[in-house]
Structures are given as C-alpha cells and as structure tokens.
Design a binder for this molecule. Sequence first.
Ligand code: IMP
Ligand code: ZN
Length: 373
Amino acid sequence: MDLGMREWCHAIPKIELHAHLNGSIRDSTLLELAKGLGEKGVIVFEDVKHVIMKNGRSLPECFQLFDLYHILTTDHETVTRITKEVVEDFAAENVVYLELRTTPKKNEAKGMTKRSYMKAVIDGLRSVDTVDVAFINSSRENCLESAVSSSTHGKIERKRIFIRLLLSIDRRETTEAAMETIDLAREMKDFGVVGIDLSGNPVIGQWETFLPALKHAKDLGLPITIHCGEVPNRKEIQAMLDFFPQRMGHVCCLEDEEWRRLKSLKIPVEICLTSNVRTERVPSVEFHHFVDLYKAQHPLVLCTDDPGLFSTSLSNEYYLVAVTFGLNKGDMLQLARKAIEHVFADNGVKQYLTEIFEDAQRRLGLQNMHHIP
Ligand code: IMP
Ligand code: ZN
C-alpha cells in the first residue's frame, strides 16, 4: 500500500492515553449547545461565540473555555451525548484503545452527583452504534475471538474500540472531594475505570491537598497519572517525582536534575505536542522535549490532551512527529505499538492490542519490520 505520511498516520492503529472528555467535544456540538443555552437565556451566545471559534488560545483562555464547557455540559443527557460523539471521533481516527479521562462533577440544580455523572458517561459508551465498544473488563478469550473475527474470517469488518476510563481529580477540589473520586473509581472498577488522573489549572491548588487521596488510590492498587510541570514549580515537580506515579502528562518545565530523575525512574510520559505549543509551554514542535526523550529511548506515548480545544487529532500528532523529526513509516508504527506497554488495562487487552498491531503490520505492508523488543 503506497500511502503518504499523513494517510499513513491516519491508517495505523493508535492508542490514546491522555484525552479529557470535555476537551474533546466537537466544535459543532459546542456551538449548538452554546446557542441552545443562549436561547434559554442561561448565557449570552455572542459573548462566548468568539471564544469557541478562536484559534491559538493561551493557557488562561483554555481554562476560560473549560469553564464554558462546564456550563454547557451540566446535564446527564449532554454528558451522554458528548461521550458518544467523542468515542466515535476517536474510532474514526483508527484509535483502537482509548483511555478517556473525565472529572466526575456534582450539580445539585440538575440532580447530578459524581456517581450519576459517571453513569451518564457509561450510558454514552453504551449508546455508540457506529463501532463496537468494549469497555467492561474483558477476558483474553473474548479479546482473541474478536481480533480474529474482525481480521481473517472474511466477515463484514466492523471497527472495534476498547475504552477504559480514568477519573480526574481537579486541582480546585478539596481533599475530601478528591477522596470521593477515589472511592468512586474503586466502586467502578467493573465498569471500565482503570485509574486516576490529577489535572486542572496548574497554578491552582497545593500538592499536599491531593496527596492523601492519591496515596489512598495507590493503596487500593489504582494506577495513577499526573499532570506534571505545566508551570515551573520545582517543589511540586520534585514531590510528584517522589510520588512515582505510573505515568506523567506533559513534563514541560523540568530542570536538568528533574529530567535526570524522570529518566532514571523511567516514568512513561504522555506527550501532548499541540497542546504544549498552543499553551506556550514549548516554543514549537521542533523544540519539544519529545525528541530528547525519544532519542534516550524513554518510555513515551503520543496523545492529544484536548483534541476539541486544540483543534487536533491523534493522527495529526503522529504526523507532526514524523515530519518534524524525520521518522519513517516503520518508526511511526513502532511508536504507536509501544504505547501498549503503558495502558492501564489488563494483560488480556494488551494481548489483543498486540495482535491488532501485528495484523496492521501485515495489512499495511511492513512485513519485514523487525519485532519490537
Ligand atoms: P473533563 O474532566 O471531562 O471536564 O475535561 C476537562 C478538564 O480537564 C478541565 O476542566 C481541566 O481540569 C482538565 N484539563 C484538560 N486539559 C488540561 C491541561 O492541559 N492541563 C490541566 N488540566 C487539563
Ligand atoms: Zn491533560
């Protein structure tokens, strides 16, 4: 198959490990929701229209937009709708495994609790009808059966996407609220919740506030990923490294000593190129720390962060890496496949994903590519 690099980056199977639900809303849906609330007099549509349409937002503007998202998506029905659409959009990008993260929210006016918010998310996963969605922990046997049926038995091919959920703690939350999220994650382990994320405006909140909840999650055996180093805060970055989470997002503002520690600890990094450039964490893709970590063979995975907010897609993030750093098709497929090692799902899912990649390698014509160690 003779595909150009952009088509190649779209065609290869991909694994998304850092995507926020509300940051992944389609622009068209956002405009529609804003218009609807404008008509009801909840917001002034003209005031928010330009924010929705704006390109190249700064970090404070992104958090302004997040506040808008949270006004627009405060009822169960909308949460269900955006979840469905987000999953369909990732599947259309040939994402075969998506770890979708979201902050469970309370909204008394709408009778919403953190639990009912998550139920609305699950309803969204259940309502996807354009692709097969696997989100409850599945046995290896089921995985293998589906891998075979979609690839070799000549049946009508239907896309399949594995979904796992991460519950986010927002840095605005209290220790008590964060604890509630951990308990909910434990309760929802059988509904595809595989871990915890710490996110939110990086200049708000203290590490000490979240630490008890994160320790509680660790004690429960829940894997953790942390937004780290979005702003230069040495004390916090060092405390996060000391905590030794399973993965870290961003890691932009580290000093030499912290880079050394990150590398020696081999903490896998969720790389979000467009997000970091748009929010001015790095001057350009060319100067992104991806290249240093990649050359050092540090574990990493390309992610979108907020494809809606930053007008990107996972295919586009792969393409940016390929053209900026001169990587070839085989390199890109290997990079995508390496992400299997960092998913929070069980070994049955990892085995299934390995087979998906081997099948893709055959289908896309890279039979002689050497095996990833
Ligand atoms: P939600 O958790 O589904 O509501 O997704 C949106 C939320 O994700 C935002 O309100 C932030 O708390 C968080 N978030 C998204 N992108 C970023 C980022 O780049 N840095 C920190 N937090 C983020
Ligand atoms: Zn993020």
